[in-house]
Design a protein around this ligand. Sequence first.
Ligand code: F3S
Length: 826
Amino acid sequence: MVYPLSQLEERGYDVSKLPYSVRVLVENALRNWDGSTVTDDDLEAVASWRPGRDFAFKPSRVVMQDYTGVPLLVDLAAMRDKVAQMGGDPRSVNPLIQSDLVVDHSVQVDFFGTPQALELNMRREFERNEERYRFLKWSQESFRNLRIVPPGHGIVHQVNLEYLTPVVDVREFKGELTAFPDTLIGTDSHTTMINGAGVLGWGVGGLEAEAVMLGEPYYMPVPEVVGVRLTGEVREGVTPTDVVLFVTERLRKLGVVGKFVEFFGPSLGKLSVQDRATVANMAPEYGSTVGYFPIDEATLAYLRGTARDAWLVEAYARAAGLFYANEPRYSQVVELDLGQVEPSVAGPRNPDERVPLTKAKEVISSLTDSKAGRTVRDGAVAIAAITSCTNTSNPTVVIGAGLLAKRAVELGLKVPPYVKTSLAPGSKAVTEYLRKTGLLSYLEKLGFNVVGYGCTTCIGNAGPLVPEVELDVRESKVDVFAVISGNRNFEGRINPHLRGTFLTSPPLVVAYALAGRMDLDLTSEPLGEAGGKKVYLRDLWPSLEELGKYVAQTMDPELYRQQYADVFEGDANWEALDVRGGLTYDWGESTYVRQPPWLDMEPALDVRGARILLLLGDKVTTDHISPAGPITPDSPAGKYLTSRGVRELNTFGARRGNHEVMWRGGFWNPKLRNFLVEREGGYTRHFPDGEVMSVYDAAVKYASEGVPLVIFAGAQYGSGSSRDWAAKVTRLLGVRAVLAKSFERIHRSNLVAMGVLPVEVQDWRELKLRGDEVVDLDVELKVHGKVRVTLDGSRQFEGRLRVDLPQELEYVKSGNVLRYVLRKLV
Ligand code: F3S
């Protein structure tokens, strides 16, 4: 076996002082260094670590979840149709690199608190998603290099950590068996969780992932790397969840957006891989591209405990200089003392709003004013969910919740019936070690039955509240809360009727559920009574020593081997799905997956006589542009579905495989503020008549008149997420250019990938635009070319084309990235 890093020494580079994450980038560049897609310049940029210089990154793998993965596979299926139409062999369209999709986002908590909850929720999941799953099953059988983990196995990031990642990727390279570090991109922002195992990977937009899957590189600037030096030791009562909430608060304040974060220092070895994964998972919340932990003894112990080949990883990492040995040179170093971490919650609206447990009562009480309903009063817990990849991947907090439940049950405590309790592990291994340690039954006795293996409450699929609580919330307007072990709590994400959502560790989720309310001080007030005696949190909390004994039992290779033996097989519901089509998919009349039009979309670069579809302010998010939530009957998408006899409209998230629905959902967001109209929501004004209508109706009317469209917006246009549908709906609505003060990184590249021109201009408010102007653009079609904007044939100003790379120019000239890739295939 050869280790490519040695080739660098021969070329005069010394990488031994570089951050470990950058060394992985160097290895990646070496592996793909062919002079064309990865050039000498790319290698030079990373090997000499010059932050800011662009280079081509070609990861080994792509991981997906079903919300983002279905539209991506729909595009590939459409590509097969196109190739067949052009007389080519549809079999030529396949992912070119290993691609894994885990079906995790669709399961909802309709049933809870009963041993049948899991089976009943899965049955409903299949009823709701049968058309999408049939398509996925066809994809599973049709595409090479694609593996699908059917519903009911777990959450993508946890399955990736516990099973999918090889950590070291051994393959033939230039005629020899060669080891490389595993590298990946994912179509989900929390892909960073894998950084906990020394694997470099992060979340990107669906279009970018699609291009990478089809052999294109991912272009990015060489990152600055912030080193976080870990010192000290966590105290009794402090959990890994508290650590990540602390890290999130600190790093958010510091500002690490667009940078890599790498953890090192004397206390690195005190964190297990699962603790590291919890911290790495929330990199999007603290804002960095990755939260990387280098490979060390703890990594090897984890691999051994989960039935993987640790010897190979050790041999490779030591030989390649990737095994943590010394403190590298970083762009900036921050000290973080684990001894300062305290038990906390975060909320009510943002993951970086950390509140120490001692202050939680004060904060939560300030959000309510003591109203009483018939069943609950202000401050009540409506949802208590052990959920999300962040925490259910971590035995310390899951076992901690189990031990706390055990004490509570033994003392005779109960959870009030108005609390919707749930346990949604990120893999079956969790249920198994809870069963093995005897703790599962205690959680079940408190109503924390397993409700599903998937994202559930974390992605907003918490299902309905307990009916009496729902009535109280609607009629008495009481302020109730969710307490969850998730990583995000943006307004309305978990349930639109809640006053807020607090993120915390699984043991504290159980503790708040037992109390039935959040406006109490768990550090000093009793959370219940048993046998006439007050019970405090401290009476239930396990010691670090006890916890350690139980957690040690979870590292059981046989347990992991068994749980993952059938991970690519589905249950009886999956088996019963009939697959339509052979080499190409038989689209039928599905309202979930439709053949998309991208491959027939000619370049649309002529922007003359254009009208302004929307005049928008600052920080327009991808959720404003392409919402993910429920489809309402009064919306253009709802009317379209109803006219086709669809009764259960479901969400935009679940219907991302159908462009007809998504197109109609473009900008249909109740919070959208368009300065062309006085009302909020997905409305605009059609010109020159000035008539107010939905954005979709206006776009259709303009299209029938042959009028191209532009959008004007303020700063940070397209913030929020990597949702490629935000770019896709923009293109479908007939928008040829977005003129904004500034663009968010991923949305800008998604717009380019869809052939929409991003143009940086002065703020339209300073330019005093009315909105009814006719717009002409003269575009210098080159990287950062000049754009002359003419309004009504007379007023002029200049902008800058935000096509940042030569490669992106090719996408734009081809119409979109998919047409560009197709041309290479046939
Ligand atoms: Fe799913 Fe929440 Fe993780 S949505 S992927 S469980 S962050």
